[in-house]
Design a protein around this ligand. Structure first.
Ligand code: AMP
Ligand code: MG
Length: 418
């Protein structure tokens, strides 16, 4: 057996980032910038009002030291329009949020501090303002020419918004990895037909397809491949020519109907691993060669559904993220409290215990086992939002510390207004 660190090193080293691609911004959501972005324009592009109200000269209100002050309303300017009128001392111009501040004005009084008089011809102002108040200057958000984002930035929804705001229409990113996913096994059924003796429903492909999508990849479903060497070889040969990676499930453990093993060994420089972890001990990795010579990583995940998922999380997901240019490859990990303890036996393996993580009143993350931990018991694992990493030994005592990988922090609770 090898340890997980060695297995990850072997895999990650062979999964370098792909060749960068220029792509329309809207299509690049979730991708990683391969080149820095410089702001082409300033935001805001012109001096504008932060509120609905009246543009004035602050001095017009301060003059007598007496409030309220009544001013004639000499014009009106809405967002998207302009006025040529230059505001004079003792005048007001009605203005909406986002509208250009007229020349001559140096402040905006918010509408809540005013009263409309004479059907809008005059305004009564109840509060003084200082020069510059409620005015947004050119470039207060982004300055034209400024370095906006370094290479390595993940294009989140907010980043997309900023890119749109400065009129960046194309970006150079690491493309999403197209991943062929297939499952193997003569016992698998996925067409809804009644189960015949010995058959089971196929579940890994559906799960891995979704996991690949969640990881930002473009999964391609290659279906169930029977335990038939010729069929598997043909499917794989086709896949490598139009995919960047292949994920298989099943047939990588010791002493089964080792079709995957036979076929992949003949096609690629494979490493068949026994990793000192539980679940997900068997794992295979290698590089297939496409017709054009490109190397296509193949991740041979074990067939037991929980093992398949854990193997994907620990080995395939970080590698695929690396291929997509990500700097942070792993799930965020925190030191949590094992409220009820996480007992185990010494067996030479690192245990990856599926747990439910929640924020405790002490501000720390608390975890409890979701129950059934068998590698065939996917239902219990499906209730987990984290994986506790329990080192070899007697386990964690109640209220002891344990490192926890957070799979879905959204499900942990702890919002400030909860
Ligand atoms: P294998 O790794 O092919 O020996 O499979 C190990 C166990 O996982 C067996 O009980 C298989 O029936 C089961 N299994 C394999 N592939 C799948 C799959 N795609 N969906 C559900 N169970 C599977
Ligand atoms: Mg099998």
């Amino acid at each position: 057996m090898i340890d997980i660190t060695e297995a990850r090193h072997h895999v990650l080293e062979r999964c370098p980032p792909g060749a960068p691609l220029v792509m329309p911004v809207r299509e690049a959501e979730g991708c990683v910038l391969a080149e820095p972005v410089v702001a082409a324009e300033s935001v805001p592009p012109f001096v504008n009002s932060a509120i609905d109200g009246y543009a004035v000269q602050a001095a017009s209100l301060a003059a007598g030291g007496q409030m309220p002050v009544d001013l004639p309303v000499v014009d009106e300017v809405a967002a998207g329009s302009c006025t040529d009128r230059v505001l004079g001392a003792g005048e007001a111009i009605r203005i909406m949020t986002g509208a250009p501040v007229p020349a001559g004005a140096d402040a905006v009084v918010m509408v809540e501090d005013t009263e409309r008089l004479d059907d809008g011809a005059r305004v009564r102002i109840h509060r003084e303002v200082s020069a510059g108040e409620s005015i947004r200057g050119v470039g207060e958000d982004v300055h034209a020419g400024a370095a906006l984002y370094p290479a390595g930035t993940v294009i989140t929804p907010a980043v997309l918004g900023v890119l749109a705001s400065v009129n960046v229409r194309e970006v150079t990113v690491y493309p999403r990895v197209r991943v062929a996913v297939l499952s193997t096994g003569d016992e698998l059924v996925d067409d809804g037909s009644p189960l015949r003796p010995g058959q089971i429903r196929e579940s890994n492909r559906t799960m891995l397809f979704a996991a690949l999508r969640e990881a930002g990849c473009e999964p391609v479903d290659l279906g169930i491949v029977r335990d038939d060497e010729a069929q598997l070889e043909q499917v794989l040969r086709e896949a490598v020519d139009w995919c960047h990676a292949v994920v298989t499930s099943g047939g990588v453990s010791m002493g089964d109907y080792d079709v995957v093993r036979h076929v992949l060994s003949g096609m690629a420089d494979m490493r068949w691993m026994q990793i000192a972890i539980k679940p997900a001990k068997p794992f295979a990795f290698g590089l297939l060669t496409a017709t054009d010579g490109k190397a296509v990583p193949v991740f041979g995940l074990p067939g037991n559904p929980v093992s398949s998922l854990v193997s994907f999380e620990l080995l395939a997901r970080p590698a695929l993220r690396r291929m997509m240019g990500h700097v942070h490859l792993d799930r965020p990990t925190v030191l949590a409290v094992a409220s009820d303890g996480l007992p185990r036996k010494l067996d030479g393996k690192l245990h990856l215990v599926r747990v439910l993580a929640t924020f405790g009143p002490d501000g720390r993350v608390h975890v409890r086992s979701v129950g059934a931990q068998g590698s065939h018991q996917l239902a219990a694992t499906s209730m987990a939002n984290a994986i506790a990493v329990v080192p070899d030994g007697e386990g964690i005592a109640p209220n002891g510390d344990v490192a926890v990988m957070l799979l879905s922090p959204d499900a942990m609770g702890g919002a400030p207004w909860a």
